[in-house]
Design a protein around this ligand. Structure first.
Ligand SMILES: Cc1cc2nc3c(=O)[nH]c(=O)nc-3n(C[C@H](O)[C@H](O)[C@H](O)COP(=O)(O)OP(=O)(O)OC[C@H]3O[C@@H](n4cnc5c(N)ncnc54)[C@H](O)[C@@H]3O)c2cc1C
Length: 462
């Protein structure tokens, strides 16, 4: 580190010189998001090692009136994890404590910087599992997934990240530490701060550790990839499978444009002879092999045109690859606008067809690629062929979502990407209440300004 910046020297005294980065070559990877759509220069990057250092960093930034962008694995897709210009990037990746699994409580305490794949492996060694699973699992962190209330593949069965959070330790905007890591599943003592911080996207507090719920490990798995006659048939089948099978673990959907992109990018060959109106991936997981019950439930199911079935891990991974390679294949094709939305299940099929028409009318050059978690009514509308600052596609998609009674953010958060559209699915009373919470917990406005709400000037510390 070498800088005339007094704050940098102060932070170096807290975190060590090697963990305060100011050289543009070293800060670059912290300054651009995964999609490459969002980028900005940081004042510096600081990487504290533990909660005490994190609290001292936040206190120093608050005293200097320096805005902070908390960052975990930087896999967020709404621009909330990278600077907009001049903020301190507070990287939590060195907070890597992972305590032994508490088998009696089926819980574990993990540092904010532990990756999802690490916590899954740790839980599995103890015969349990951490049920949050997403394609970014190798880089996404405990802190980042809590801050975004990440969803992923297993939400229909286990709920999103917030449902796994038993307790949180977090640094508030003035540097105070709140710690609720006792692991008590019943503890109605005042406001649910962990529940509030989950999904707050780094705007209310910096998560340093979390106490997380684990679930029984279910290793016997069966997976089917189905070519469906229509999206409506896939939605109907998802409902039937949910009614009939307790072992349903994931239900995903994607479409022809995504299949073509994935095959071109990865070199995979197509699973079926011809293109399908909708691809539906279902996986069951249980202690006993669920293959027979899945096969029975699919036998004669309406709308199934083609099917591929897999039980052994390599074949299952091969089917999953068509779905999981979507994000990387889209990214390889350009810089996408990523619009992650939920619809009531009854309107999901209508949305899927109307959104293509609306986009074609609003931005003729737009290339939509849709996929998502059909079990939760959640579609990711990716739009290629549109400039980073051109909002016409976002506007067309999000207005349609609001018209159909959906939500403009299913699981990625509002970030900076969706701030102008917050009012579409949150009332002014709702936004006022959220603003008051933000102002109460972060009166200076230093934590992730510009995320969820428009940025306001930083106020003097009290
Ligand atoms: C290939 C791919 C697949 C994905 N699939 C899914 C999916 O299925 N479901 C899903 O929900 N998301 C998905 N995502 C998005 C992303 O992985 C999630 O949003 C994830 O939760 C981000 O975690 P992170 O550690 O990378 O956080 P970051 O990207 O670093 O940060 C995300 C947000 O959280 C804040 N933050 C980070 N750490 C902290 C902390 N310790 N305290 C307070 N605030 C913090 C940041 O300021 C930012 O606002 C995917 C992304 C990719 C690249």
């Amino acid at each position: 580190m070498s800088s005339a910046d007094g704050l940098a020297s102060e932070l170096a005294a807290i975190a060590g010189r090697d963990h305060v980065l100011v050289d543009p070559e070293l800060t670059a990877s912290y300054e651009t998001d995964w999609t490459r759509r969002f980028t900005g220069r940081a004042r510096l990057v600081v990487r504290p090692a533990d909660t005490a250092e994190t609290a001292a960093v936040v206190r120093a930034c608050a005293a200097a009136g320096a805005p902070i962008v908390p960052q975990g694995g930087n896999t967020g897709l709404v621009g909330g994890s990278v600077p907009r210009g001049g903020e301190v990037v507070l990287s939590l990746v060195r907070l890597r404590d992972l305590e032994p699994v508490d088998r009696l409580a089926a819980q574990v305490t993990a540092g904010a910087g532990v990756s999802i794949v690490e916590i899954q492996a740790h839980a599995r060694e103890a015969g349990l599992d951490y049920p949050v699973d997403l394609a970014s699992r190798e880089s996404a962190t405990v802190g980042g997934t809590i801050a975004t209330n990440a969803g992923g593949m297993r939400v229909a069965r286990y709920g999103p990240t917030r449902a796994q959070v038993v307790g949180i330790e977090a640094v508030l905007a003035d540097g105070q530490v709140v710690s609720r890591l006792s692991g008590l599943t019943k503890d109605n003592t005042g406001y649910d701060l962990p529940g509030l911080i989950a999904g707050s996207e780094g705007t209310l507090a910096v998560v340093t550790r979390a106490r997380l719920r684990l679930v029984p490990r279910v290793d016997a798995r069966a997976t089917a990839l189905l070519g469906m006659a229509s999206t409506a048939a896939a939605v109907e089948l998802a409902a039937k499978l949910r009614e009939r099978l307790q072992s349903v673990d994931a239900m995903e959907a994607f479409f022809e444009e995504g299949m073509a992109l994935v095959c071109a990018h990865t070199g995979l060959s197509r699973p079926f002879a011809g293109p399908q109106a909708c691809y539906f991936l279902v996986e069951c997981a249980a202690r006993e092999d669920p293959a027979a019950e899945l096969a029975a439930a699919l036998d004669g199911a309406a709308g199934v045109v083609e099917s591929a079935f897999a039980r052994d891990p390599a074949q299952r991974r091969a089917l999953w690859r068509y779905r999981e390679a979507h994000t990387e294949s889209i990214n390889a094709a350009g810089v996408p606008h990523k619009l992650d939305v939920t619809l009531p299940s009854a309107r999901l099929a209508r949305f899927e067809s109307e959104v293509r028409q609306r986009l074609a009318a609003a931005v003729p050059e737009a290339r939509p690629v849709l996929f998502g978690h059909v079990g939760d009514g959640n579609l990711h509308v990716n739009v290629l062929g549109v400039g980073p600052d051109d909002d016409r596609a976002d506007d067309a998609v999000l207005r349609l979502v609001a018209e159909l009674g959906g939500s403009i953010s299913a699981e990625h958060g509002v970030g900076v990407a969706k701030v102008p559209w917050l009012h579409l699915t949150r009332s002014s009373a709702d936004i006022t209440a959220m603003r008051r919470i933000k102002d109460a917990l972060d009166p200076q406005g230093i934590l992730n300004p510009g995320v969820i709400f428009p940025a306001t000037p930083i106020r003097a510390g009290g």
